[in-house]
Design a protein around this ligand. Structure first.
Ligand SMILES: [Zn+2]
Length: 379
């Protein structure tokens, strides 16, 4: 019967960190799934692999202690990272004297999955779950917006009473009760090609048109309201001496309120009704709601308060924050389920080569997670 032990935790973490698990590296995420499937099954949990409707990403893993689907607690985690193949060889598992581990996906989120594993198996092995119905759902494409797993998440969450997203706590220890919504816009500018020396006036520059959009879009930023608009990529044109007939950009929009998304959408619509460029170059755009905003409901606030109380009792200090980053908690919060996030160990530097996990926080945070789970069962 498995109990939390730091040496075995680190051994498993080293194994997990030392292979690639990018969202589009299905054999990598499948390896994470296989690892946890075996571990949970060995401790008497039911496990089920869900293939997604594409070969591009690996399977999802559902772990439960019951046959029903009205879970008291649904834990959400993801098995993918943002890194390309080859990263794990470049940056293998490393631990320093302060107990800080670095490596691919160490806090986002292999180290968090592992902490949740110990939290759950201990509770079950010690017979503390009683009639509590628990599900732990691990998806394989969270970092790319859960495009293929969203339906599964919403199906599994449909009758859940609480959702705990086991992302790492912020670097100062804070947890997350609100996240921005995310909207993706793709821009496609169409102009008229012409020789830049012989007859530039016969052309209409797609790049000039798109550049005007970029300036106008960045003016929509309202950080105080939690709204950000970022043109993240731009490309276009055929050659230096050709008036560009095509240009493209990808825009990331974050928002907390539906009204802000509407403001942004009408700005896009307004821009598309005109042309800034002689000759009539124009931009067409498409829109996709990547994630709805996760706002704290009254029930979520109550849950946060209870968790803060446990923290005080245990001498663990943290606050609750809103963040611009999205997670699968956005989906479950939008379904009206009390959802909190960042309940894993403390880490930081996510999505960068500096990513780290503080292993000194693993045991205290997993004990806190156990209290949260028991509280949700009793509630
Ligand atoms: Zn993550």
């Amino acid at each position: 019967m498995e109990q939390f032990r730091m040496d075995t935790y680190l051994e498993s973490l080293e194994y997990l960190v030392n292979f690639d698990n990018g969202s589009y590296t299905p054999e990598g995420t499948a390896k994470v799934a296989e690892f946890f499937q075996q571990k949970f099954a060995a401790n008497g949990w039911k496990t089920c692999l869900h293939k997604l409707p594409t070969e591009k990403v690996g399977p999802c893993l559902q772990i439960t202690n019951c046959e029903d689907n009205d879970y008291d607690v649904l834990l959400l985690g993801h098995m993918d990272s943002v890194f390309p193949v080859g990263e794990a060889v470049k940056r293998p598992y490393k631990i320093n004297e302060q107990g800080i581990v670095t490596g691919v996906g160490v806090s986002d989120m292999k180290g968090c999955l592992l902490a949740a594993y110990y939290a759950l198996v201990e509770l079950k092995n010690e017979d503390k779950l009683g009639k509590g119905k628990i599900c732990f759902l691990l998806n394989s494409d969270e970092e790319t917006g859960s495009m293929y797993s969203r339906e599964l998440i919403e199906r599994v969450a449909a009758n859940a009473k609480h959702v705990l997203v086991i992302e790492a706590a912020r670097k100062n220890g804070d947890m997350v009760k609100a996240r921005s919504g995310v909207a993706d816009f793709d821009l496609q500018a169409e102009g008229v090609a012409a020789h830049a020396g012989v007859a530039p006036q016969d052309g209409s520059s797609a790049i000039h048109e798109l550049a005007n959009w970029v300036i106008a879009l960045h003016q929509l930023n309202d950080y105080a309201a939690g709204t950000s608009v970022n043109v993240g990529t731009i490309r276009g044109g055929a050659a230096r001496n050709v008036v560009a007939d095509a240009a493209f950009a990808e825009v990331d929009v974050r928002f907390r309120q539906e009204s802000e998304l509407q403001r942004i959408q009408s700005a896009f619509a307004g821009l598309s009704n005109k042309s800034f460029t002689p000759g009539g170059a124009q931009v067409k755009y498409s829109f996709r709601l990547n994630r709805p905003p996760m706002n704290a409901s009254q029930q979520t606030e109550e849950l946060c308060e209870a968790v803060s109380g446990f923290g005080r009792e245990m001498g663990i200090h943290f606050d609750w924050v809103a963040t611009g980053g999205g997670s699968d908690g956005n989906y479950t919060a939008a379904m009206g389920i009390p959802t909190i996030d960042g309940v894993g160990p403390v880490g930081g530097g996510g999505h960068s080569v500096k990513e780290w996990l503080d292993t000194k926080t693993v045991e205290p945070r997993l004990r806190l997670l156990q209290k949260m789970i028991l509280y949700c069962i009793d509630r």
